[in-house]
Design a protein around this ligand. Sequence first.
Ligand SMILES: [Fe+2]
Length: 217
Amino acid sequence: MEMESLKELYVEELKDLWSAETQLTKALPKMMKAASNPKLKKAFNTHLKQTERHVKRLERIFKELDESPRGKKCVGMEGLIKEGQELIKEKPEADVLDAGLIAAAQHVEHYEIAGYGCVRTWARQMGEERQAELLQETLDEEEQTDRLLTELAESEINVEAEEEGTQGRPATRSRAKQGTKRGTSRNGGSSDENMETDEDETDQEAVGASSSRAGMM
Ligand SMILES: [Fe+2]
């Protein structure tokens, strides 16, 4: 189909997002099953529920536009999901797999954030305020998920994945420090002294917090 207007491009990108979201509703239960960390399982489950709402929101927009969401396969999402499935098939150690699943999920979130950012902006440009609002709601949820995944990775999952590969080796200074963090999060609140140290670090790290920080993963 030859596209001649921003509106046509908008509809094509919405179809792409609808395909991406529906593919994700099938992939997230598999990621949830593969994850070991209970908080990560819960995060995937919460995002599955959100993703189902994202599909519905897109369908409302298609209805308003009197268009069908079907007819396009999002090959970008297909590739990202495939990469996650390949990781699961490699059967890494449980903590390492959890860290890898977060990375896979953040690739997905960033992909969606880019797509929703574009369609939201196009909707505004074309004066489709209601549609822009709906797309913004989804964009906000994608960004929240991305931040939650970064927090989970930094507070425990990356630490556990690193420790997995260093068991039996003497802890380095930084590793010992991360061990304190791990103890704190696992025990749900150890000594105030440890908590204070951790909070100081987290505050500093949080200053530059944005979705781009996920690159540290
Ligand atoms: Fe989504």
